[in-house]
Write a new protein. Structure first.
Length: 411
């Protein structure tokens, strides 16, 4: 009977596939692991097997199935369970060779129960690109990605990879400077590998707020050539540390209140990012130290708003200069009235610590009620309106479009 059910599942219409929740019914055994490691031959084999059970010899790679019909049938049903949701934008099956993260219980097929365990399972010697695929779930942990020799892709399970809205995998932790010795060490995800792309993952630091030592990073992006696509980054103070080298954030959500996009040496481009404030504060805090440092934050074609209607008008600034040569541009961006009419604030009111004289805090062609064209202002005297937009070539380099970490599908 089970075999017949299997046939029905395999040959039936796709919409009859069991849902994600039903994966729990699958055996956690090496037969299923063997199949999941070879999606295409396994799928072909299962079809043949269930249609003509008596005449098919087991392939060598399926030896773990021990020729037990119940085991084979269960595994075949379960690879179907994990089959793709139709549509070109679904990312619901691990790419071939991916290291899999899955904390659902009791289901697990050669997978790791945490993101960090999967990172430790990566090869630290290979130069062949590696991928980690994360199944739906909330993973409460702090993750450190060290320097690898390979490029790395992180993909969270989603039915629509084009934005952050359908994300299902969340990495969450609760840590602030109260209990860590530097900002990086508070981050829920600390990414120290260049040539990394993240897709469709939610990363949160749930610490909240205290007046002193409240820094609580969601993401610490410490090195060059990193791309973040369709991600959600949630924190309060210092949510995203874009610290060094070329970085691209696109079609993503960034949430916080205090200096929540910050860093010192990075050339970072934010494209079609939804920036949401959750309290009074400042969106950016550029820590560019001197005129010689090639650091930029450019926020292009994005939106800035309160997380909901409880955030008062005028309660936020586009930024404040953390260091003397801060450099931040908002362009082609929709600003709601949460942005104060002066646009920018000094770092501090303490004389000598304003950091406004040598900073570049600029706008070009922003729209919405919080923008100059939308009737807001007058802007602070140190805030600039540019005559032309900043180009990605200026920020990310002339060859930015050909770089591996740049995914043009998100621009
Ligand atoms: C975190 O820091 C606070 C303030 O120093 C301290 O009271 C608390 O015990 C620390 N928590 C942990 C888990 O170390
Ligand atoms: C985070 O940890 C702090 C203690 O460091 C605690 O007071 C707070 O309730 C925690 N928040 C959440 C959301 O767990
Ligand atoms: C920046 O925004 C403008 C206006 O929407 C758009 O034409 C341009 O392609 C964007 N830049 C990038 C790098 O996508
Ligand atoms: C601005 O930078 C110039 C050149 O480095 C320096 O001489 C000057 O003191 C700086 N001004 C302030 C207010 O930091
Ligand atoms: C300014 O932005 C609006 C909307 O983003 C666009 O329609 C308009 O062409 C832009 N103007 C210039 C001068 O780029
Ligand atoms: C890894 O990234 C680097 C730098 O972006 C790129 O030159 C290289 O082609 C990538 N490697 C592979 C195997 O894709
Ligand atoms: C978030 C945002 O402002 N997106 C806009 C980017 O530019 C395109 C083309 O002008 C608009 O259609 C988007 O609304």
């Amino acid at each position: 009977m089970r075999l017949l059910i299997s046939v029905a599942v395999f040959l039936g219409v796709v919409s009859a596939s069991p849902g994600l929740g039903e994966r729990a019914a699958c055996n956690s055994d090496n037969c299923l692991r063997a199949m999941l490691a070879r999606p295409t031959p396994a799928s072909e084999f299962c079809t043949t097997y269930t249609v003509a059970i008596t005449s098919v010899a087991l392939p060598t790679w399926a030896s773990a199935c021990s020729n037990l019909p119940s085991r084979i049938s269960s595994a075949c049903t379960c690879i179907n369970t994990a089959a793709p949701t139709p549509g070109p934008y679904a990312r619901v099956t691990p790419p071939s060779g991916a290291i899999i993260v899955d904390n659902s219980k009791p289901y697990s097929y050669g997978s790791y129960p945490s993101f960090q365990a999967a990172v430790l399972a990566l090869s630290f010697t290979t130069t062949t690109p590696q991928t980690i695929f994360i199944y739906p779930g909330t993973y409460t942990e702090q993750v450190y990605i060290p320097l690898l020799k390979s490029n790395l892709t992180i993909q969270g399970w989603t039915t629509d990879a084009r934005s952050y809205h359908a994300n299902t995998a969340t990495i969450t932790f609760n840590l602030s400077r109260l209990n860590a010795t530097n900002n990086d060490l508070t981050a829920t995800v600390r990414n120290w590998n260049p040539n990394t792309k993240f897709y469709n993952l939610n990363i949160k630091n749930t610490f909240g707020h205290v007046n002193t030592n409240g820094q609580n990073l969601a993401l610490s992006a410490q090195v060059t050539n990193q791309g973040y696509y369709g991600v959600q980054l949630w924190g309060y103070q210092d949510t995203v540390l874009a610290n060094r080298g070329n970085q691209l954030y696109a079609k993503s959500l960034i949430v916080g209140a205090i200096d929540f996009i910050f860093g010192q040496y990075s050339t970072a481009w934010f494209e079609q990012v939804d920036i949401r404030t959750i309290a009074e504060g400042w969106v950016t805090a550029s820590g560019r130290l001197d005129a010689a440092t090639n650091a930029w934050f450019v926020i292009n074609n994005s939106t800035v708003a309160g997380i909901d209607s409880s955030i008062p008008a005028g309660s936020n600034a586009l930024g404040r200069p953390w260091k003397a040569f801060a450099r931040v541009v908002f362009q082609y961006t929709y600003l709601t009235d949460v942005i104060a009419k002066e646009g920018w604030k000094p770092w501090s009111t303490v004389p000598g610590s304003e950091n406004t004289v040598n900073s570049t805090l600029a706008e070009y062609n922003n729209t919405g009620p919080g923008s100059v064209s939308g009737g807001s202002g007058p802007r602070a005297a140190f805030g600039l309106q540019l005559d032309a937009p900043i180009t990605p070539e200026t920020v990310l380099g002339d060859n930015w479009k050909g770089e591996w970490y740049v995914d043009a599908d998100y621009l």
